[in-house]
Design a protein around this ligand. Structure first.
Ligand code: NDP
Ligand code: MG
Length: 383
């Protein structure tokens, strides 16, 4: 494998830090060109020095002086603001852009990277949820490859690699079911953010952990799969699999089902996206089937977890409805994290946004940004 020059957007987060862990184990394979974060100056500076980054950007411009001070006397070039990220990701010194920032903030830098024909290692699923049609069109037009980092989509991608040109009939998208899978609806209604943050199998950033507890994350992943693999939503079936050993499956016309399995460790799909199509060693925990004994599966409960049904509704209505759903979810999750609203206020706020947003059938980037900002504002008022 030739050396790859990478940019990591969201370098201080859960995915960003695990990506740097992967890089640290294969230093001869990667050059870290660009690292970006929003607020966390100290960690961004530390990583920029450790990985000898060419440049570092702090998106929150008010923190620029602190980053400049932390990196003074080093060779790292220092920038502030999202517009700097947008121009730097287009640099000739970058091959792969790992999008690991959270929420709609990933949209503009991803668009910029696609326009420069970069390979996108996509963790920031909200970009595809909000603007899948627009993004996939753009990627085709500029010849930019989009490689999945999300574990389910990496699993599907890995299963499809053995397809020898045969189309798939169905995607079986697995999910743990989150911390409230076995709870009664009345108890879930009273759940606190601290309880929702206790994910059974994965350690992730706060927003996606809440999304996992509402199953909105699985709804987002269904939409992400629709765009990445050109599948109709009715051919993407969500299967609850509490052990998180099978990361997803594909079914072929003859009934054969291929599954991808591994112990839950995000470094595996991250490394696969950064090294594709090569498989490098990883010091991960290995599956022990005899100790495991059995794997279990069940149907998702859309009554207890209405966000999943809302995602199917949003994608079937299309246009800017998924963008509105995503924006309302961002505001609702932030409010739930501060315990300002109850668990079931999250789907209620999303549903309200989807009912009231003015419909745009084929949204441009500008329409997506407008829808996002408008719904953020309206949902904030409703909170
Ligand atoms: P974290 O909250 O852990 O990290 C988010 C990162 O994005 C941080 O580096 C943060 O910077 C930066 N960031 C946050 N807001 C902004 C903003 N407005 N502008 C620029 N940068 C910003 O999130 P995760 O790593 O958990 O998730 C990142 C993405 O990956 C999400 O889209 C998530 O859905 C997806 N994903 C995550 C998985 C996981 O296991 N964590 C699994 C699959 C997908 P700072 O630290 O300075 O605030
Ligand atoms: Mg996932």
């Amino acid at each position: 494998m030739g050396k790859r020059r990478i940019a990591i957007l969201g370098a201080t987060g859960s995915i960003g830090r695990q990506a740097l862990d992967v890089v640290s184990r294969h230093r001869d394979m990667f050059d870290v060109e660009l690292l970006c974060a929003n607020e966390n100056v100290e960690q961004l500076a530390r990583s920029a020095i450790e990985f000898d980054a060419n440049a570092a950007v702090i998106c929150n411009e008010s923190k620029y002086p602190a980053l400049a001070a932390a990196l003074s006397g080093t060779d790292v070039k220092v920038f502030g603001g999202m517009s700097s990220v947008e121009s730097l990701v287009q640099g000739d010194n970058i091959d792969i852009v790992l999008t690991a920032m959270v929420g709609f903030s990933g949209m503009l830098p991803t668009v910029a990277a696609i326009k420069a024909g970069k390979t996108i290692a996509l963790a920031n699923k909200e970009t595809l949820v909000a603007g899948g049609d627009f993004i996939m069109d753009l990627a085709r037009r500029y010849g930019a490859a989009i490689l999945p980092v999300d574990s389910e989509h990496s699993a599907i991608f890995q299963c499809i690699m053995g397809a020898a040109g045969n189309g798939i009939r169905k995607i079986l998208l697995t999910g743990s079911g989150g911390p409230f899978r076995t709870w009664e609806k009345e108890a879930i209604a009273q759940a606190t953010s601290a309880q929702a943050l206790r994910h059974p199998n994965w350690s992730m950033g706060a927003k996606i952990t809440i999304d996992s507890s509402t199953l909105m994350n699985k709804g987002f992943e269904m939409i992400e799969a629709k765009w990445l693999f050109e599948m109709a939503p009715e051919d993407i079936e969500v299967v609850i699999h509490p052990e998180s050993v099978i990361h997803s499956m594909v079914e072929y016309a003859d009934g054969a089902v291929l599954a991808q399995m591994a112990c839950p460790d995000m470094r595996e799909p991250i490394q696969f996206a950064l090294c594709f199509p090569h498989r490098l060693p990883l010091d991960s925990k290995r599956l022990d089937f005899k100790a495991m004994g059995k794997l279990t599966f069940e149907a998702p409960d859309m009554d207890k977890f209405p966000c999943l049904a809302l995602a199917y509704e949003a994608v079937s209505r299309g246009g800017n409805i998924p963008c509105a759903m995503n924006a309302a979810n961002e505001v609702a999750v932030a409010a739930f994290l501060k315990d300002k609203i109850h668990f079931y206020d999250i789907p209620a706020l999303i549903s309200k946004a989807m009912e009231t947003v003015p419909f745009v059938a084929k949204p441009s980037l500008e329409d997506l940004v407008d829808t996002h900002e408008e719904i953020m504002k309206k949902t904030g008022e409703r909170v």
